[in-house]
Design a protein around this ligand. Structure first.
Ligand SMILES: [Zn+2]
Ligand SMILES: [Zn+2]
Ligand SMILES: [Zn+2]
Length: 411
C-alpha cells in the first residue's frame, strides 16, 4: 500500500487536529491504539503520524511501537477525529480537569477472529479463554503487555444513561497488580493462574447469595522442595477487579476457604468489614496445608462485586532489600526535572515548560515552605522520600515509612 503522505487529505486533516491536541488528548489517542503513552509531546505526535502515514517500518523503529499494530489506520483516524470533536465540546472546555468521559472504543477491533495475523498476541484472561475475541485491553506493564477481554476485566460503571464505556487511563492485569501489592514478596511463579470470582446474586430480601468457587491446582515436587526454604511461601491472593487502589489485595465479604478439605480463616477482620488494617488485605499462606500433586481450594463468599483470585509462590524480601528497591539518589529525578517540577508547584517556570504542561496546578505562590519534620515520626527527616508521581514538595522519612509498613502487618 504505497501512499504519498503529503498528498493524503485524510492525513493532512488529522495532522491539523493533532496540532491542537494537548498532552491529554495525545495520550488518550495512544492509549486507545494500545501504544505506550510515554514521551515528549512531539514524540507522541510523531508516533501517531507514523501510523497514519502507513510508515509501518518507521513506526516500528520508534520506541514503544510494536511490530504489528492492533488497530487499522481507519480506526486511528476515527479515534483522532472523535478525540478532537470531544475536545471542542463546550462542556469539556469548561472543566479542563476532572471527570472527562473517555470515549468508548474497541481498543482492538477484530475484523476476522480467524486471522492468523493475530496469533502472536499474548492473551491471558481470568475467564480462561486465551482467544482474542471482541474488544481487548493491554496491560501497561512493559514486560507483561498481556491482552485481556475488556468485558472480563473492566466493570462498566452503573449509570442511568447509555454513555459509552469509560476506560481507565492506565490498566494493569491482575498478575501485575498483585506483584506490586506487597514489596515484601517477590512473585516466583503461579501454580494457579488468576480466575474470575463472579459477584453473588441478590435475593428477594435484598441479601446476597453465598457462592462457591472450587479450583484444583498441581504442586510439583520442585515447587514443594522450594517451599521447604524459610523465605518461600505459597499464597492464595484475591483482588477486587475495579479496586480504586489497584495494587492491593482485597477479599470479598464473608470470605471462607477450605484447603484440601480443611476450613481456613481467610482474613482476620469481621465478615462484614470491607478491608483489613491499613485499608488492605493480605494473601493467605498455604504452605502448611498443601501436598505434592493436586490440591483443592474452595472459596465461599457473599459479595455483590467481582473479584479475581490466584495462587502464587513468592519469596520474602528483607527490610534491607526493600529499601534497596527505592531508586538511588543518582538514579532518581534529574535535577532539571526536579527544578521544573518545583517551578510548576510554585507557578512560575518558563514559557516552554508551561506549553507542555496541562497541569491542574494554577495557583501562583510567592513563597513555599517545606517541612523538614517527618509527618509520621515527628522527628527530623534523615532520608527524604516522596512518591514518584507526586508533584507536591512535602516529604517523609523513607526508612520510617518502610519500617512502619512492615511492622503494621499481622504476620
Ligand atoms: Zn476474558
Ligand atoms: Zn500485566
Ligand atoms: Zn504524595
Amino acid at each position: 500500500m504505497a501512499s504519498a503522505p503529503g498528498g493524503d487529505p485524510v492525513l493532512a486533516a488529522c495532522k491539523d487536529k493533532l496540532k491542537h491536541f494537548r498532552l491529554k488528548e495525545l495520550k488518550d489517542v495512544l492509549y486507545k491504539i494500545g501504544l505506550s503513552k510515554h514521551g515528549k509531546k512531539q514524540e507522541l505526535v510523531d508516533k501517531i503520524v507514523a501510523i497514519l502515514s502507513d510508515q509501518q517500518d518507521q513506526a516500528s523503529k520508534i520506541d514503544g511501537l510494536p511490530n504489528r499494530l492492533m488497530v487499522g489506520k481507519e480506526t486511528v483516524v476515527k479515534i483522532v477525529e472523535d478525540t478532537f470533536r470531544k475536545m471542542r465540546e463546550p462542556a469539556n472546555a469548561v472543566s479542563a480537569s476532572g471527570n472527562q468521559n473517555e470515549l468508548g472504543y474497541s481498543v482492538m477491533p477484530m475484523k476476522n477472529p480467524d486471522d492468523s495475523a493475530q496469533l502472536d498476541i499474548k492473551v491471558r484472561c481470568p475467564c480462561g479463554n486465551s482467544m482474542a475475541t471482541g474488544s481487548m485491553i493491554q496491560c501497561d506493564h512493559p514486560r507483561c503487555s498481556v491482552w485481556q477481554h475488556i468485558d472480563c476485566v473492566i466493570i462498566p460503571e452503573k449509570t442511568a444513561d447509555t454513555a459509552p464505556q469509560e476506560l481507565p487511563s492506565s490498566f494493569y492485569c491482575e498478575m501485575c497488580r498483585v506483584s506490586r501489592a506487597d514489596p515484601f514478596w517477590v512473585t516466583i511463579n503461579h501454580p494457579l493462574l488468576p480466575v474470575s470470582v463472579a459477584p453473588s446474586n441478590i435475593m428477594a430480601d435484598g441479601s446476597y447469595t453465598v457462592q462457591y468457587i472450587e479450583k484444583t491446582f498441581p504442586l510439583s515436587r520442585a515447587n514443594r522442595e522450594m517451599l521447604q526454604k524459610a523465605e518461600y511461601d505459597i499464597q492464595v491472593w484475591c483482588i477486587l477487579l475495579d479496586d480504586k487502589v489497584p495494587f492491593r489485595m482485597h477479599w470479598p465479604l464473608h470470605s471462607d476457604m477450605q484447603i484440601n478439605g480443611i476450613p481456613v480463616r481467610v482474613v482476620s477482620r469481621q465478615a462484614t468489614q470491607p478491608l483489613g488494617a491499613n485499608g488492605r488485605d493480605d494473601g493467605l499462606m498455604l504452605t502448611q496445608f498443601l501436598k505434592e500433586g493436586p490440591n483443592k481450594i474452595v472459596l465461599s463468599r457473599s459479595d455483590s462485586r467481582a473479584f479475581c483470585l490466584g495462587v502464587r509462590i513468592a519469596k520474602r524480601r528483607s527490610l534491607e532489600e526493600v529499601l534497596n528497591l527505592v531508586p538511588k539518589e543518582q538514579d532518581g529525578e534529574k535535577f532539571d526535572d526536579a527544578l521544573s517540577r518545583v517551578r510548576r508547584c510554585v507557578g512560575g517556570g518558563t514559557e516552554a515548560d508551561n506549553a507542555d504542561s496541562d497541569s491542574d496546578i494554577e495557583v501562583v505562590a510567592d513563597s513555599v515552605s517545606v517541612n523538614l519534620r517527618c509527618p509520621m515520626t515527628g522527628s527530623r527527616i534523615k532520608v527524604a522520600g516522596r512518591f514518584k508521581p507526586c508533584v507536591h514538595m512535602g516529604c517523609f522519612d523513607l526508612e520510617a515509612f518502610v519500617e512502619l509498613n512492615q511492622r503494621s502487618r499481622k504476620v
